[in-house]
Ligand binder design. Structure first.
Ligand code: ZN
Length: 304
């Protein structure tokens, strides 16, 4: 059961969601021009391209004040955001896109298939937007990404790879960054939770059951990527705050680990294989339990 924690329920307990200030985390530099500006529920990353900022995934609107605060605190101006890239069409990764766009005029990017889903399934998206606090909104995507597309700005070229499963059009992203003359390959798997591909969830969302097979194929598709710095779009996918603590303790390269990508994909694949064999009750139980295990500062709510 423990093994499913990372990939089961992506949501923190309601008691935390009701108090967005409990989700706030310290922003910090990961490496080179790459920064963490996310919260304890959802990761957001900032890249300083030299010609403007790219942000990869943005939280729900209730957590937006902490994102803005994080951008200022690492020394940037939210007005300089040029591109917002959304990995997949789930509200916890796009809820405040419109609000950020209003401040910055940024261009928005998301996978073409998720864009189509968002356009065509208005009611489902509306329900998802409303399921979280605040006025989360769907958004108009300026650039619809296709498999293999490159997003380029200043010193950064991000390669976008279609990895459907978690959503029908999830994109994973890969790019290089430099620090002190060294190049590091960065990779982020676009959507690793498999709660959204249970038979019940797919039926509820009116999505094809074939996504279950796609999920496995997507893992194979990116298996051979060379990744020195693995990011996650939830902190517990790459243990981002544990690594940050190690950095504070003096380990400069806490984020550099070229074996993590395959370890992560192996864990994801093994967990997913077992998940597919689980009964509905087992899935429900996993879903219920996992939220309480992924979050720091959780002890206050454990008995609720
Ligand atoms: Zn998601």
């Amino acid at each position: 059961m423990e093994k499913f924690n990372r990939f089961g329920n992506m949501f923190p307990p309601k008691e935390m969601l009701d108090r967005s200030y409990l989700l706030a985390e310290e922003p910090f530099k990961i490496k080179g021009n790459l920064y963490s500006i996310g919260n304890t529920w959802c990761s957001s990353h900032l890249i300083d391209t030299g010609e403007g900022l790219i942000i990869l995934d943005v939280p729900c609107i209730a957590e937006m004040p902490y994102l803005i605060d994080a951008i200022w605190r690492i020394g940037f101006d939210p007005k300089d955001i040029k591109y917002i890239i959304v990995s997949h069409a789930h509200v916890d990764h796009y809820g405040c896109v419109n609000a950020l766009k209003q401040i910055s005029g940024a261009k928005t990017f998301m996978g073409k298939i998720d864009v189509k889903d968002m356009k065509e399934s208005l009611e489902r998206f509306d329900d998802m937007n409303k399921s979280q606090h605040g006025f989360n909104e769907s958004f108009v995507t300026d650039v619809e990404l296709e498999d293999g597309d490159i997003v380029e700005l200043g010193n950064t070229k991000i390669r976008c790879v279609l990895t459907p499963g978690h959503t029908i059009g999830t994109m994973s992203h890969f790019w290089d960054l430099e620090e002190d003359g060294k190049t590091y390959h960065v990779g982020i798997y676009g959507g690793a939770g498999f709660g959204s591909v249970s038979t019940g969830a797919l039926k509820r969302m009116n999505l094809p059951l074939s996504l279950q097979e796609e999920f496995g194929k997507s893992i194979d598709k990116v298996w051979n990527e060379n990744v020195d710095i693995m990011l996650g779009n939830h902190p517990f996918h790459n243990d981002i705050y544990d690594k940050h603590e190690r950095m504070i303790a003096g380990e400069q390269d806490a984020f550099v680990d070229s074996s993590e990508w395959k370890r992560f994909l192996t864990e994801l694949r093994d967990g997913y294989t077992r998940f597919l064999k689980m009964s509905k009750d087992e899935v429900d139980n996993m879903y219920k339990r996992s939220a309480f295990l992924n979050y720091r500062n959780i002890h206050n709510f454990e008995n609720n």
